[in-house]
Design a protein around this ligand. Structure first.
Ligand SMILES: *Cc1c(COP(=O)(O)O)cnc(C)c1O
Length: 345
């Protein structure tokens, strides 16, 4: 018998449920390049509406969504301010320079949180020697910081600065629903403070494909042109968008279970020798485990866990990342904790 692997590498590994597939099979479709796909039109409208924004654009991935936002907000030769550990800078293949011809001014945030004061200091002067600062980008929740929530109070201050200095503010909200469910702050409240927001449906929400970029009407019109240029103009993709609509209806509230499971695992294994976990930092569905063991490194512990039936990721030489999601039950978490105990106990 093949042993079942408890896959905690990422919340992108979720598979569409039978009910979701049912909805996809019966989806009415049209050509979305002609803006004639009913499910895509509905999804775009719903997501933009939730954020309190004018328009939305369905795209194949979160990477495309962020990169389209960057392309639309900037001109080549300009500069973007973001946290050094953010996704757009680390995990999008160098897209900022490749696709938009911009450079990055990466700030060293604390757990992914960059403060208004540091951002203000990083904005370039109006001087021919300097690259014009043309975008500020935040990430909520913050992936590499372990699913940390960006505090709303800081976002409000950054928004005031962005308006004052006329620099647009973009949110990589791949997991914004996780932040919203964990804090009780509605998506619309977060949406108020940004010029553009990207949300992923292929993470904890459990859809197979797709993200939505939202913003003002003119912004999205321009982004739609770039989406075609980037090769992201899809045709009868409403089959996919219908899965996202299903996820919006059915998979948002349940994110709390994922958060509870991440905390449960953290509590169960935090006292094992050779591990360090800061419980306060487990705010959503991502758990960062520091490995400080005489025998194991993060890489060798990941290998050992895999032999025992748990898949995880070594994020760097010290940390293992574990992500809970809708295909992981409480029983899987207990079993995972037992495997950790067996290896390290
Ligand atoms: C997953 C993720 C994305 C999108 O990545 P894709 O691989 O394109 O789906 C963007 N931002 C963050 C913070 C993410 O975690």
């Amino acid at each position: 018998m093949i042993k079942k692997i408890i896959d905690l590498r990422s919340d992108t590994v979720t598979k569409p449920s039978p009910e979701m597939r049912e909805q996809m099979i019966s989806a009415e479709v049209g050509d979305d390049v002609f803006e004639e796909d009913p499910n895509i039109n509905l999804l775009q409208k719903k997501v933009a509406g939730l954020l309190g924004m004018e328009s939305g654009l369905y795209v194949p991935s979160g990477t495309m969504s962020n990169q389209l936002a960057i392309k639309t907000h900037t001109q080549p030769g300009q500069e973007i301010i973001c946290d050094k550990n953010c996704h757009i800078y680390n995990y999008e293949g160098g897209g900022i320079s490749f696709l938009s011809g911009c450079q990055v001014n990466p700030l060293i945030g604390e757990n992914g949180i960059i403060k208004v004061k540091e951002i203000e200091d990083a904005i370039r002067p109006d001087d021919i020697h300097a690259p014009p600062t043309s975008l500020i980008a935040l990430e909520n929740t913050h992936n590499r910081a372990g699913g940390r929530i960006f505090p709303l109070e800081e976002i409000k201050k950054i928004r005031i600065l962005s308006i004052k200095r006329k620099i647009p503010l973009h949110l990589d909200g791949a997991r914004l629903f996780n932040a919203s469910v964990a804090t009780g702050i509605p998506i619309s409240e977060y949406g108020k403070y940004f010029d553009s927001v990207s949300i992923c449906f292929s993470k904890g929400l459990g859809a197979p494909v797709g993200s939505v970029l939202s913003g003002g009407k003119e912004f999205i019109k321009k982004a739609r042109h770039y989406r075609k240029v980037f090769g992201g103009g899809m045709r009868q993709a409403g089959i996919l968008a219908s899965a996202c609509l299903f996820a919006l209806e059915n998979n948002v509230k349940r994110l709390k279970e994922d958060h509870d499971n991440a905390t449960l695992l953290a509590q169960e294994i935090k006292d094992l020798s050779g591990l360090y976990i800061d419980l306060k930092q487990v705010e959503t569905n991502i758990l960062m485990i520091y490995v400080r063991h005489s025998k194991y490194t993060s890489n060798s512990l990941v290998e050992k866990l895999h032999e025992e039936g748990v898949a995880s990721l070594a994020i760097d030489n010290q940390r293992i990342r574990v992500v809970t999601h809708l295909n992981i039950s409480r029983d899987d978490i207990i079993q995972t904790a037992n495997i950790f105990k067996k290896i390290l106990g």
